[in-house]
Design a protein around this ligand. Structure first.
Ligand code: ATP
Length: 274
């Protein structure tokens, strides 16, 4: 089942303050989440309930983290999957999995005694591509249709479900997904700014022994173009380099070497540094 898929095994709860940078995204997301938190007020005012949010941005920028934080903030059960898990050769399998995903989310919320659930779908573009643009893949259309049916059907049920979907190609998505009452919020999650990078570096070195010469601001300045995932990688590599040299503290040189290592491994585009 989706609940037991490997991706969900290490569901750690996460707060917004454990996510570095992304000030605008966090603000927009929190505004949107008030609709989930103040469900009764929203109902009284006759506001259409919020059903879907799209997180748009490059890989490794914290989209999954933000979805997890959103679940915690709204006291919702959390269930994660990826668009690629719905792509099957056999007709109807994808649609069936979509149905099961929503059923699983409701079941999980009941089990955890929560009134709401957040469903996170990574790589939504895989199943939400413009219909007809892929005429040999009628299967995608069925899967996408089922997703729309499930989202449109989210009304009377006691358990409120919010679908958060991530993509780095918003332009590929079928317009039907972006219609009111479906994914009608789009939050941009860009690569972090220098200050965002500094915050992310601080978060990921919180429990690491740093030498006196370590200047994380310099590290932030030298990592233009890095995503949060790249930066986490840098802090980990720096610690490994210290270990290899039998040191119990990480030095600035370890960070510099780690940056080079990550650049070599990831082919990061380092256009003008600012
Ligand atoms: P993908 O689209 O590739 O799935 P994503 O945007 O969902 O990427 P996450 O899975 O949220 O990225 O991030 C991967 C890892 O990178 C996180 O577990 C975390 O260690 C680190 N990370 C990314 N962004 C941030 C951030 N803003 N603050 C702190 N850590 C971050």
């Amino acid at each position: 089942s989706t609940i037991e898929s490997p991706k969900n095994e290490k569901i750690l709860t996460i707060d917004f303050d454990q996510i570095g940078g992304q000030e605008t995204a966090k603000k927009e997301l929190l505004e949107a989440l008030e609709f989930v938190v103040n469900k009764d007020l929203v109902k009284k005012l006759g506001i259409r309930p919020l059903k879907g949010i799209i997180l748009q941005g490059p890989p490794g920028t914290g989209k999954t983290l933000l979805a997890k934080a959103a679940a915690k903030y709204t006291n919702s059960a959390f269930i994660a999957t990826s668009g690629s898990e719905f792509v099957e050769m056999y007709a109807g399998v994808g649609a069936k999995r979509v149905r099961k995903l929503f059923a699983d989310a409701k079941r999980l919320a009941l089990k955890e005694k929560k009134n709401s659930a957040v469903i996170f779908i990574d790589e939504i573009d895989v199943l939400g591509v413009k219909r007809g643009s892929n005429s040999s893949h009628m299967e995608y259309d069925q899967t996408l249709n089922q997703l729309l049916v499930e989202m449109d059907g989210l009304k009377s049920s006691d358990i409120q479900i919010l679908v958060m979907a991530a993509t780095n190609r918003l332009d590929l998505l079928d317009d039907a997904l972006l219609r009111p009452g479906r994914f009608d919020r789009i939050v941009n999650i860009p690569l972090p700014s220098k200050w965002g990078r500094l915050e992310i570096l601080r978060i990921h070195t919180k429990n690491k022994p740093l030498g006196d010469d370590v200047d994380l601001e310099k590290v932030a300045a030298q990592t233009f173009g890095f995503s949060g995932a790249h930066l986490e990688n840098v802090t980990n590599e720096a610690a490994i380099l210290a270990l290899r040299n039998n040191r119990l503290t990480i030095t600035q040189q370890d960070f510099l070497n780690a940056i080079e290592k990550v650049i070599m491994g990831e082919k990061i585009d380092r256009v003008p540094t600012k």
